[in-house]
Design a protein around this ligand. Structure first.
Ligand SMILES: Cc1cc2nc3c(=O)[nH]c(=O)nc-3n(C[C@H](O)[C@H](O)[C@H](O)COP(=O)(O)O)c2cc1C
Length: 228
């Protein structure tokens, strides 16, 4: 159908060129208080046949406060600074959460790229497991810990009891590992952000440039060149 918006083509190219520049800042709203934290972008999804509706994928522990904040207010903002090229992308959009199937998908009404992919038979559980398996064993083990943010009564030393690393879903060799992988997968969720507003600042060009992109109700993107 429609081609991807220009900001997405540029961001995808930069992400390919500088894959280590994957740490972004994700902002959510906690009642009236903004909350911001680092999150790693794992994938940029360009829905086949609906390339004008791209999706940004990050991951989290379903037990973290950001999840509750998203459930209460499904709009989030990602700020992505790519130092090597001096580009900043500020992406605002609705969020869909993909936790383990028993918890069901939390689907934001604004996420039509997500809807179209799902209607076309895209299997989000397959994607969730694939992303889980692609992460490091150390990272996977982090979803076996107690609830993030809960007090450690025994101090830092308590962490010695936690598993350091766990295998992939296909790499388990015993019952203990199987249980740990099930536990980690149960806490693991995808966060899908479908931007509708993008503010792209290019400091790597002289003079610097700034462009607003807006996706309208008719799904078309408009661009406005603005003063940086
Ligand atoms: C470099 C870096 C990358 C991080 N990536 C993620 C991530 O991808 N997902 C995530 O949930 N937390 C990530 N964290 C931890 C979060 O920043 C945050 O501390 C944690 O998720 C709890 O956030 P919350 O209490 O606001 O929900 C990262 C932290 C750092 C320092």
């Amino acid at each position: 159908m429609s081609p991807p918006p220009r900001w997405f083509t540029a961001l995808s190219k930069l992400f390919q060129e500088y894959p280590q520049a994957n740490v972004t800042q994700l902002a959510t709203i906690d009642k009236t208080v903004p909350r911001v934290r680092s999150c790693i972008i794992r994938e940029l999804i360009s829905p086949e046949g609906n390339e004008h509706l791209p999706i940004i994928l990050t991951t989290t522990d379903i037990r973290t406060p950001k999840v509750e904040q998203i459930l209460a207010n499904d709009t989030a903002q990602v700020n992505w600074w790519i130092e090597s090229s001096m580009d900043q992308f500020r992406l605002t959009g609705k969020v869909t959460l993909v936790p383990e199937p028993a918890n069901r998908v939390f689907h934001s009404a604004g996420n039509i790229g997500f809807e179209r992919l799902s209607a076309g038979g895209f299997d989000w559980e397959v994607k969730r497991v694939q992303v889980f398996d692609s992460l490091s064993g150390h990272m996977r083990a982090s979803w076996c810990r107690p609830i993030p943010g809960s007090p450690m009564k025994g101090g830092y030393g308590e962490a010695k009891k936690w598993p350091e690393t766990i295998p992939t879903t296909t790499g388990v060799t015993n019952e203990r590992e199987k249980k740990l992988v099930e536990q980690a997968l149960g806490n693991f969720a995808l966060i899908l952000i479908e931007p509708t507003h993008v503010d792209w600042v290019r400091l790597g060009v002289m003079p610097d440039q700034r462009t607003f992109f807006h996706r309208g109700d008719d799904e078309s993107w408009t661009e406005t060149i603005v003063v940086p």
